[in-house]
Design a protein around this ligand. Structure first.
Ligand SMILES: [Zn+2]
Length: 313
């Protein structure tokens, strides 16, 4: 079965011309598309039809107030928070970005794909149940996890290797024993959450794993953390599906992150997670773009990540 590749031109509308100056721009996706097309990666992928997500699905994760706030931004320009601008059609990008997770789950359930990746924006892992923040409007991966559960996949494992801690995803599943959230990130760093002693609450105690890393960490430290902590957590939890918050801003060339990971490092950790999925959950992996702000570096990382997904499908 092929790898799914979810992409929509609607993802480009957020902060469209004239742009509010920002790292998180549509140039990121365009650079990825250019590279993937140059390297002829597209013919083997299954491309699901993406629809805007329904309010009903968003309500599985976000409050009515949160959803309304995004809808109310239609046709206007401004800032949701200090880091998160919106323009006239940003809300459309947000609805389609979250919808891409629904489309990938449908394709997975229908047996059309083995695994998949969504080249989306705006990203999602900082968005909390009731808070837009850090370039993120809807928590795309959280909505996908809930939709997987509706489709009969009870236990979900989320791996988040974006350089920033995914405070939103952690908050949403903090007391949920069926969704494991594991994050490796620079610490202390924005958004200042994600210390090692944040491990979940109530029934969810033990299903949050934070692996905070000092600035300037290299591939070797990342690979070791996956070997010693994240992969064993996957093996112990035995999920039915693995989701990846695939941010590439821990790359040494990233202008926002402070890490020293290389493209080869991202290839290696992609391979480790896919290999674990192959043994534990029949290779079911859905991956979602988060950060990565040097566009050519991002394109290179997305290329190797997709090549790894493809090699397991
Ligand atoms: Zn990030």
């Amino acid at each position: 079965m092929p790898t799914g590749f979810a992409y929509s031109d609607y993802f480009l509308l957020h902060n469209d011309q004239p742009r509010i100056p920002h790292f998180e721009s549509s140039d990121r996706l365009i650079a990825c598309l250019d590279r993937l097309s140059r390297n002829n990666l597209f013919p083997t992928f299954y491309k699901p039809d993406i629809k805007p997500i329904s309010i009903e699905m968003l309500s599985l994760v976000h409050t009515e107030y949160h959803i309304q706030k995004v809808q109310d931004s239609a046709g206007r320009r401004g800032y949701f928070d200090g880091d998160t601008p919106f323009t006239e059609d940003s809300w459309l990008s947000a609805f389609y970005a979250a919808g891409s997770g629904i489309a990938l789950v449908d394709a997975l359930v229908e047996g059309k794909i083995q695994n998949g990746f969504s080249l989306l924006r705006p990203p999602g892992h900082h968005a909390e149940r009731d808070r837009i923040m850090g370039f993120c409007m809807f928590n795309n991966i959280a909505v996908t996890a809930r939709y997987l559960q509706i489709n009969g996949f009870k236990k979900i494992f989320i791996v988040d290797w974006d350089v920033h801690h995914g405070n939103g995803t952690q908050e949403i599943f903090y007391s949920d024993p069926d969704v494991f959230y594991a994050s490796i990130h620079q610490y202390p760093f924005y958004p200042m959450t994600g210390s090692f002693d944040e491990t979940g609450f109530g029934l969810g105690k033990g299903t949050t794993l934070n692996v905070p890393m000092p600035a300037d960490s290299h591939n070797s430290a990342y690979i070791k953390a996956f070997e010693k902590k994240i992969i064993p957590a996957i093996e112990q939890f035995r999920p039915e599906v693995i989701l990846i918050s695939a941010g590439f801003d821990a790359h040494k060339r990233d202008p926002l992150g402070g890490m020293k990971v290389t493209t080869l490092g991202f290839e290696k950790i992609s391979d480790m997670v896919l290999a674990a999925a192959y043994h534990i959950c029949e290779g079911r992996v859905l991956s979602f773009l988060e950060g990565g702000y040097d566009k050519d570096t991002l394109a290179e990382c997305v290329d190797v990540h997709l090549t790894v997904l493809d090699s397991f499908s």
